[in-house]
Design a protein around this ligand. Structure first.
Ligand code: AMP
Ligand code: MG
Length: 417
């Protein structure tokens, strides 16, 4: 009775729904990271998760070299020779001149070329006067200027990439600068997904009244394909307990994670929860967020299971909030969080108290401020307002109204720290 009274249209409080922070915590705590790894060529390693710390076998730079095209000098000798010296030789990148600087000598150097051990400054060629082999130097020279020291970037035996990092182009550059050809990475987990619903029709078929095209499988494909995983599109399953159980059993034989959309609510045709309870374990199935309250999380055999809501925007939001971090944990990826910033709302916004709400917004900046405006209808079926958005506006469970000009918390898409 109390439950019914709390659930009036003034309020969306649901005593059975878990708050989102606890839900993420439960997911992260329940997932064991994969330990299997493989060695792959660095040219194929983009986006993969490093499975152990990588140590440098070299100093980078590996030799003292010039940061400029210019002249290498020894400052003490330069002063003794009243800032005029004789060009002794040229050191090119890849064709070094390796002798010491003597008496009144300078050598012409190119960017990246080896410079003599006793050289303690390089002067840009634009700063000197040249008369035949005599070079006239300026007097305001600083010790070590334009010199790249051995090991100043990377010291031999230091850790250059930590376990759990996702390899990006910079890592690929560092690894290749060390002459490393292969890296150990976590194996790709297998993620299977399927849509559920009697109303769903494949995009190559003719639409009939009351039916809709299945968009969630393409949304999930889009979200998953960026990740270093093996994805398995398992099609569409009808709202039928037996059929669902068969498909889930099949997926659980090979998958590390199973994702479904639809059928997770409390409607007469929602069988996901029942199937999950019969085949495995339900950890929780309701979260106090909008869009996306119904979300079943559990386990079937060795597979972690996410039953996402059917509405496309709910599927996206719950994927980003809950499934993304789960896949990261599974791959042993270093924990990261979506960045949040404050912005001035350009609209009056309203919501019901009782659950956190993610509204779709467009974030802009001028020199002093961030501004955010709603991108339109906020129903969880409205994909076009998600298409126009570049951020979510996150409104806390106790918020009911935001006035134009108020500060709100905004989560820009795709920036994690
Ligand atoms: P459900 O969670 O099954 O109650 O579905 C909620 C809403 O999402 C309904 O309007 C469904 O028709 C819609 N829906 C469910 N699955 C999909 C899908 N794969 N693609 C597009 N819409 C869907
Ligand atoms: Mg359904």
């Amino acid at each position: 009775m109390i439950k019914k009274l709390n659930n009036t249209c003034m309020n969306e409080f649901d005593p059975d729904a878990l708050d989102e922070v606890s839900a993420i915590g439960k997911i992260i705590n329940s997932i064991k990271s994969l330990i299997k790894h493989e060695k792959i060529e660095i040219g194929k390693s983009l986006g993969r998760v490093i499975s152990r710390d990588i140590k440098s076998t070299l100093d980078i730079p590996n030799f003292k070299n010039s940061a400029m095209d210019g002249y290498a000098v020894n400052l003490r000798l330069l002063k003794l020779n009243k800032y005029v010296m004789r060009q002794k030789a040229v050191s090119y990148a890849g064709k070094p001149y390796s002798k010491k600087l003597l008496n009144n000598e300078t050598i012409k150097v190119m960017t990246g070329s080896v410079i003599p051990e006793n050289c303690d400054a390089v002067i840009m060629k634009e700063m000197v006067d040249v008369e035949g082999m005599s070079i006239y130097f300026p007097k305001n020279i600083q010790k070590n200027q334009n010199i790249r020291m051995k090991g100043e970037d990377i010291k031999k035996k230091s850790i250059v990439i930590k376990k759990g990092e996702v390899i990006n182009h910079t890592h690929m550059g560092i690894l290749s600068s060390l002459g490393i050809r292969e890296v150990p990475v976590v194996i790709k987990p297998i993620v299977s997904f399927f849509s559920t619903g009697d109303e769903l029709i494949s995009i190559n078929k003719k639409l009939r009244r009351g039916m809709i095209y299945d968009s969630n499988r393409y949304i999930l494909r889009g979200l998953l394909e960026r990740l270093p995983i093996i994805i398995r599109d398992m099609g569409v399953v009808k709202d039928n307990e037996k059929a669902l159980m068969n498909k889930l059993t099949l997926c659980s034989k090979t998958s590390d994670i199973i994702i479904t959309t639809g059928g997770v609510s409390v409607g007469d045709a929602d069988y996901i929860k029942i199937a999950l309870a019969k085949l495995g374990k339900i950890n929780f199935w309701k979260i106090a967020i909008k869009p996306g309250r119904p979300l079943a999380y559990g386990k079937i055999n060795k597979s972690y299971f996410f039953g996402l809501p059917g509405n496309p925007v709910s599927a996206v939001v719950t994927f980003q909030l809950f499934v993304g971090p789960a896949i990261d944990k599974l791959m042993g990826r270093k924990e990261s969080k979506h960045i949040t910033i404050k912005a001035i709302s350009q609209n009056n916004l309203s919501k019901k108290k009782g659950r956190v709400e993610y509204k779709r917004g467009y974030l802009k900046q001028d020199d002093n401020n961030n501004f955010v405006m709603s991108t339109g209808l906020q129903g969880s079926n409205i994909l076009t307002s998600l298409e126009k958005a570049n951020c979510y506006i996150r409104l806390g469970a106790n918020v009911s109204k935001v006035k134009k000009g108020d500060n709100v918390t905004v989560i820009p898409f795709n920036i994690k720290i």
